[in-house]
Design a protein around this ligand. Structure first.
Ligand code: HEC
Length: 106
């Protein structure tokens, strides 16, 4: 009985949560992709991750969308000595979400 009530309560909470806006959805997607591609093995975001490479926090102040895009799709052009993996096979839609999200970190 108690389990039933808890489930019902959870269902109500889920149903009453306001739908995510488009921007929130793409930010959530970007965060998921960043986690699944393992960017934080080298970079950090909001204190979580590694210090092998620059932190993503405030990266929107340093790099334009164009530069971010270039780093992620043709990074060899920016720095041929980099040990950052090549992500050029990641679908464009995923990269766009990441680039747009990183550009908002100011
Ligand atoms: C194996 C380590 C490693 C991983 C994993 C990695 N990077 Fe990097 N990244 C680097 C290094 C090293 C640099 C600095 C050298 C350079 O310019 O490539 C860098 C640079 C960058 C820059 C430019 C930063 C600046 O301040 O100029 C961005 C943006 C970036 N990485 C994004 C990402 C994203 C997004 C991911 C995941 C999809 C990722 N990186 C995964 C090592 C890594």
């Amino acid at each position: 009985m108690t389990t039933c009530r808890i489930l019902l309560l959870l269902l109500l909470v889920t149903l009453s949560a306001p739908p995510l806006s488009k921007a929130e959805e793409s930010e959530a997607r970007a965060r998921r992709i960043i986690n699944s591609l393992g960017c934080k093995a080298c970079h950090s975001l909001e204190g979580s991750g590694s210090t092998l490479a620059t932190a993503f926090d405030q990266i929107g102040n340093r790099l334009s969308m164009e530069q971010l895009n270039e780093q992620l799709t043709r990074h060899g052009n920016r720095n041929s000595q980099t040990f950052m993996p090549d992500y050029s096979t990641v679908p464009d839609a995923d990269m766009n979400d990441i680039v747009q999200f990183l550009a908002t970190l100011k």
